[in-house]
Design a protein around this ligand. Structure first.
Ligand code: SF4
Ligand code: SF4
Length: 204
C-alpha cells in the first residue's frame, strides 16, 4: 500500500539506535520530507518500495565503517529524516560501488540515494561529517574538468590545499613518482573540450 510503513525500530547497528516514530507520526514526518522522496523517484530510486529485507546492508563492503546501514538510510528517507542522514557518516563514506543497488530485489538504486543526499546537502551549503571526502570529490572533479582525465599531482595538490593537510602524503607521492606512476605534467586527451562543456552544462 503506497505511503504506509511498518513502525520498524532501526536498531540493527549496535553503535546506532535510531528509534523511529510510530506509524502515524512517521507518516506526518514523511509528508515533510516529500520533496526528498520525489527527487529520489526522479533519480530512479523509489525509497518507498523498500521492505527492509537487508540485502543491501549485508552486501555493502564499507558497512563496518558506517553508523547507519544502507537499509536504515532508505528507511530514514521514507521518514523524511534528511537531518539525521546528513549528520551520519554513511552518506559521506559510501564508495558508490553499487553492490547494494545490484542486490536490491525491489530495484531501488541505493547508491543513487546516497548521491542524491550528498548533492542536496551540498546545494544547501552543508558539507556533512566528512569534509575530507568532499574535498577529495571536488579535487577529483576539478581535475577531470580541467584535463579530461585525472592529473594526479594537480588533484593531490588541490586536495591538500583544501584540507590543509600539506605534508602527510608527500612521501607517498615521491614514491609513486619514482616508480613512474604519476607524471609532472598533465596529459592532453582528445575530447577534453567536450568534457569541459559537459561540466559547464551541468553547472547551469
Ligand atoms: S535491498 Fe532493497 S528492499 Fe532490501 S532493505 Fe535494501 S533497499 Fe530495502
Ligand atoms: S554503494 Fe555505498 S552503500 Fe552501496 S554497497 Fe557500495 S559502499 Fe555500500
Amino acid at each position: 500500500m503506497p505511503g504506509a510503513y511498518a513502525p520498524f525500530p532501526l536498531t540493527f547497528d549496535r553503535r546506532v539506535s535510531v528509534q523511529m516514530e510510530p506509524i502515524a507520526e512517521g507518516l506526518m514526518v514523511r509528508k515533510a520530507g516529500e520533496d526528498l522522496l520525489d527527487e529520489l523517484r526522479e533519480a530512479g530510486a523509489d525509497a518507498t518500495a523498500c521492505y527492509q529485507c537487508g540485502r543491501c546492508s549485508a552486501g555493502c563492503p564499507v558497512a563496518e565503517f558506517f553508523d547507519l546501514k544502507p537499509m536504515q538510510v532508505v528507511r530514514l528517507c521514507c521518514y523524511g529524516r534528511e537531518d539525521l542522514l546528513i549528520k551520519s557518516r554513511t552518506v559521506w563514506l559510501c564508495a558508490s560501488c553499487e553492490t547494494c543497488t545490484t542486490r536490491c530485489p525491489n530495484d531501488i538504486d541505493i547508491a543513487r540515494v546516497m548521491d542524491v543526499l550528498r548533492s542536496r546537502a551540498l546545494r544547501k551549503g552543508q558539507s556533512g561529517t566528512e569534509p575530507k571526502v568532499v574535498a577529495f570529490h571536488k579535487a577529483f572533479l576539478g581535475s577531470i574538468r580541467n584535463h579530461g582525465r585525472v592529473f594526479e599531482i594537480g588533484m593531490l595538490t588541490s586536495y591538500m590545499l583544501r584540507t590543509g593537510d600539506l605534508f602527510s602524503r608527500v612521501g607517498l607521492g615521491l614514491e609513486m613518482f619514482k616508480r613512474g606512476k604519476i607524471k609532472l605534467l598533465p596529459e592532453r586527451i582528445k575530447g577534453s573540450g567536450e568534457v569541459r562543456a559537459m561540466f559547464r552544462r551541468k553547472q547551469k
